[in-house]
Design a binder for this molecule. Structure first.
Ligand SMILES: Nc1ncnc2c1ncn2[C@@H]1O[C@H](COP(=O)(O)OP(=O)(O)OP(=O)(O)O)[C@@H](O)[C@H]1O
Ligand SMILES: [Mg+2]
Length: 338
């Protein structure tokens, strides 16, 4: 399995924190694993161990057929890494940064130049290509860093939250580049807090929380675990949230989720459209005015809530936050607790 990633029983502690608490991972060659989890879950620690930047306390890992602990130098030759924080040379231009990477990896000068131009174009950096990276905005640096990780096409790639801080257009561009890479046979481990992203890009998803794997499977399998579709109601008045909650509790199958600030109440249901009609009638008879109502399939956010009893936003609040508010879905205000 020259392109696969395999890890067993990875443990890494920092003082009292068990950043990795016995993590097993398997990424078959040519597939994408989405490593999903809230802030502090252990995603970056796992990536650092697998890319030889950090020694685990125990466990073993094999990347591209090579033992990570025994032969780290050899592993480094087969992998590409885009870290959570952009690592670009401030004093070089965007183009120079990319060409330098090509040279480091001993690409021919002409090939390096062509690949640099192509990537600058794709990540909307063509206009800024000949300015020093010092003058770039945060999102531009991030894109340059991603482009740098993509100059060579290593058999195994690691990307740590590649789209955090990207605007929707550049996020889309990155998704396309990733899909091309994978179509070309690259194995990818990608960390993300965007459930939608793992859903879109990953063959398999592994959800970690507090250093432990709490679920794995395909997106469909994970969704199936949370039960089928949901009814989602947005009430017009804040005062009506409690009434809507009660109606959904009675007619639904499972716990309701209440998001106070959006006045949204959600519950898993069986019975589809028929049940939806019943919910509408019941809300109407109680004088609850509705802004929006619908049936939807569970999102991975729902999966996370049902697995941990809390939304991913709780993790965000506890752990220092990301720089943007683009995450889809959002967590549950009153969804957990115990
Ligand atoms: N060098 C370090 N020293 C001390 N504690 C660390 C160190 N690196 C990570 N930790 C701790 O280990 C835990 C896991 O951190 P990690 O960076 O792997 O989380 P993450 O899932 O990448 O989170 P985020 O989504 O915020 O990037 C956290 O509690 C963190 O504080
Ligand atoms: Mg991280």
């Amino acid at each position: 399995m020259p392109g696969a990633i395999h890890a067993e029983g990875l443990v890494k502690t920092f003082g009292d924190v068990r950043a990795l608490d016995g993590v097993d991972l398997d990424v078959p060659e040519g597939t994408v694993l989405g490593l999903l989890g809230p802030n502090g879950a252990g995603k970056t620690t796992a990536v650092r161990v697998l890319t030889t930047l950090l020694r685990p306390d125990s466990g073993r890992a094999v990347v591209a057929g090579v033992d990570v602990l025994k032969n780290p130098d050899e592993v480094r030759r087969s992998i590409g890494l885009s870290g959570q924080f952009a690592a670009v040379d401030e004093y070089l231009t965007g183009r120079e940064n990319l060409r330098m990477v090509g040279q480091l990896y001993q690409m021919g000068a002409r090939a390096a130049r062509a690949r640099a131009s192509e990537l600058l174009e794709r990540f909307s950096l063509a206009e800024a290509a000949d300015r020093t990276a010092k003058t770039y905005s945060g999102g531009m640096r991030r894109r340059l860093d991603l482009a740098a990780a993509l100059v060579v096409r290593p058999p195994v790639m690691f990307m740590d939250e590649p789209t955090t801080g990207l605007d929707p257009r550049n996020r889309q561009a990155l998704w396309e580049v990733i899909q091309e890479l994978v179509a070309g046979g690259t194995t990818l481990l990608l960390t993300t807090q965007y459930l939608e992203e793992a859903d879109h890009l990953a063959h398999d998803i592994c959800v970690i929380d507090r250093g432990r794997v709490i679920a794995r499977g395909t997106s469909d399998q994970l969704k199936a675990r949370t039960g089928g579709e949901r009814v989602e109601v947005v009430v017009h008045e804040r005062e009506h949230i409690a009434a809507a909650d009660e109606v959904l509790r009675v007619l639904g199958k499972g716990e309701t989720t209440v998001q106070e600030h959006t006045r949204k109440v959600t519950v898993p249901v069986v019975g589809g459209a028929k049940l939806l009609a019943e919910v509408i009638r019941e809300l109407d008879s109680r004088g609850v005015e509705i802004d929006d109502i619908g049936l939807r399939r569970p999102t991975l956010d729902d999966v996370f809530i049902s697995l941990t009893g809390r939304g991913t936003e709780d993790g965000l609040r506890g752990g220092g936050g990301t720089e943007d508010g683009l995450r889809g879905g959002g967590g549950a205000e009153g969804g957990g607790g115990e």
